[in-house]
Design a protein around this ligand. Structure first.
Ligand code: ADP
Ligand code: ADP
Length: 232
């Protein structure tokens, strides 16, 4: 089945002579349990597309369908709730709460929603990020790679329909990047999670099972099974 899709999405900034068309006529499906990477030059619209998909930004035209819900038509408050319950987001800069421990950061979305954790799922996610006794440490006491694995666990804790990751390895060295990408990969392979990741790093993209290429705000091409291919 399809987890999320766009229909003819366009996004413009400004108006008149200074108008920038960041996205144009983007129609694309993201299947359940797939790991998609979105690549393209700087300024090609990757972040804009990810933000429109995740309900962080509203397209100027077109629809974004999460299941049968059109995110572009939801009032702000409904969208906020839907994001909290059904969408996970991982940022380049980790965005953890500095005063909370790793474990408290991971369960924060549940606490904010007033939901009890599914303990078996929480245990599985925590075991998979491999943080050991550092779960009780604050973000400042963790390496960049550990912080980003905590951020990934936080994105997964509500069992969202889709996890979006915007350059998740952009601030990490190659060893830490491999840890984070391995975690995202296992969440897809072992738990059937749907992941959509923006990256400019071909090594990061090789963890995905599909790569979309954007240029000038348009979808240019698509590569299936990048791991079996040497194009990247
Ligand atoms: P990428 O993620 O591929 O680098 P972006 O989605 O960030 O590309 O940007 C696509 C285009 O939209 C660029 O030309 C960028 O300058 C423009 N853009 C992005 N955000 C804004 C904004 N808030 N206001 C005006 N222009 C923007
Ligand atoms: P595991 O031991 O559970 O497979 P790893 O962290 O070694 O954990 O790798 C997680 C997943 O990422 C593996 O399934 C592997 O196929 C994939 N993987 C590892 N390295 C790469 C790579 N360079 N490119 C693409 N996929 C990779």
């Amino acid at each position: 089945g399809i987890a999320i899709r766009t229909l003819d999405v366009g996004k413009s900034y400004g108006g008149g002579e200074t108008r920038i068309d960041a996205l144009a006529e983007v129609s694309v499906d993201f299947g359940k349990g797939r790991f998609t990477a979105i690549m393209g030059p700087s300024g090609s619209g990757k972040s804009t597309l990810l933000h429109c998909l995740a309900g962080l930004d509203r397209p100027t035209t077109g629809q974004v369908l999460l299941g049968d819900v059109d995110l572009t038509r939801l009032p702000e408050k409904t969208l906020t709730h839907l994001r909290r319950d059904r969408i996970g987001f991982v940022f380049q800069a980790f965005n953890l709460v500095p005063t909370l421990t790793a474990l408290e950061n991971i369960t924060l979305p549940l606490d904010l929603a007033g939901r009890n954790p599914d303990q078996a799922w929480l245990d599985t996610v925590i075991a998979t990020i491999g943080l050991g006794d550092r779960l009780t440490h604050k973000p400042s006491e963790l390496s960049g790679g550990q912080q980003q694995r905590v951020a990934c666990a936080r994105a997964l804790v509500s069992r969202p329909d889709v996890v979006f990751a915007d350059e998740p390895t952009g601030n990490l060295d190659s060893r830490s990047s491999a840890d984070v990408l391995g975690f995202l990969h296992r969440s897809v392979r072992d738990f059937g999670q749907t992941v959509v990741m923006v990256t400019h790093d071909p090594t990061a993209a090789s963890y995905a099972d599909r790569v979309l290429f954007l240029a000038d705000g348009r979808l240019r091409s698509e590569l299936l099974d990048p791991t079996a291919d040497s194009v990247l």
